[in-house]
Design a protein around this ligand. Structure first.
Ligand code: IMP
Length: 196
């Protein structure tokens, strides 16, 4: 298996992403890393800038992910500020902001940046759904107890990692990364054949 570093301080993200990339023959290696929150509202830009910083530490292929929860009735809040909002007002605070709100539509988005010279790429994934009326479930992390993906009745926190990965923004972004990594390998192969 080829190895790629995943620079994150979030073990749940690491577990979810590892299961996706192993299908493509890549082992993720955890590099404990606290992202510097840059002044940007673009998840892709935050992820890429952080991956470039992480690369200076690991000197090997590295990915960084930045993600957020976008709630329609709150004009996309907390979005890129999800981590801060989670740490400050948390799940209960978000539910309070949603009191009496009938349109509970929301989506999660993830941007996964890889720095693997000469390549720098960003892959995005999203999942649409709705905000639950009250928290449910004990699995996952962050806003999982209040997010119900489309065509489901359960929150992410009521699902196993495999089930969450069938829908999640993170799984979709890492699937794109896996496909791209395979395409890079395929580009390498014909050259090797010509050499033989
Ligand atoms: P960051 O990507 O580390 O900036 O964190 C994004 C924040 O969004 C996390 O702290 C969570 O609160 C929230 N978040 C991102 N992805 C998920 C998810 O899959 N489930 C639940 N919350 C998430």
């Amino acid at each position: 298996m080829r190895r790629i570093y995943f620079a994150t301080s979030n073990k749940n993200k690491f577990n979810e992403a590892s299961r996706i990339l192993e299908k493509y023959g890549y082992e993720l290696v955890l590099f404990s890393f606290e992202k510097r929150e840059l002044q940007s509202t673009d998840l892709g830009e935050i992820a890429l800038q952080s991956a470039l910083i992480a690369y200076t530490y690991v000197n090997a292929p590295v990915v960084v992910e930045d993600s957020g929860l976008f709630i329609k009735a709150l004009n996309g809040f907390p979005g890129p500020f999800s981590s801060y909002v989670y740490k400050t007002i948390g799940v209960r605070g978000v539910l309070k902001l949603m009191e009496g709100v009938t349109d509970r539509s929301a989506y999660f988005e993830a941007a996964v940046a890889i720095v693997m010279p000469p390549f720098e790429r960003v892959f995005k994934g999203s999942v649409y759904g709705r905000i639950a009326d009250s928290p449910r479930g004990t699995g996952g992390f962050g806003f999982d107890p209040i997010f119900i993906p489309e065509n489901e009745d359960r929150t992410f926190a009521e699902m196993s990692v495999e089930e969450k990965n069938r829908y999640s923004h993170r799984a979709r972004a890492f699937e794109k990364l896996g496909i791209w990594l395979k395409s890079i390998e395929l580009r390498e192969k014909p050259m090797q054949k010509e050499l033989i």
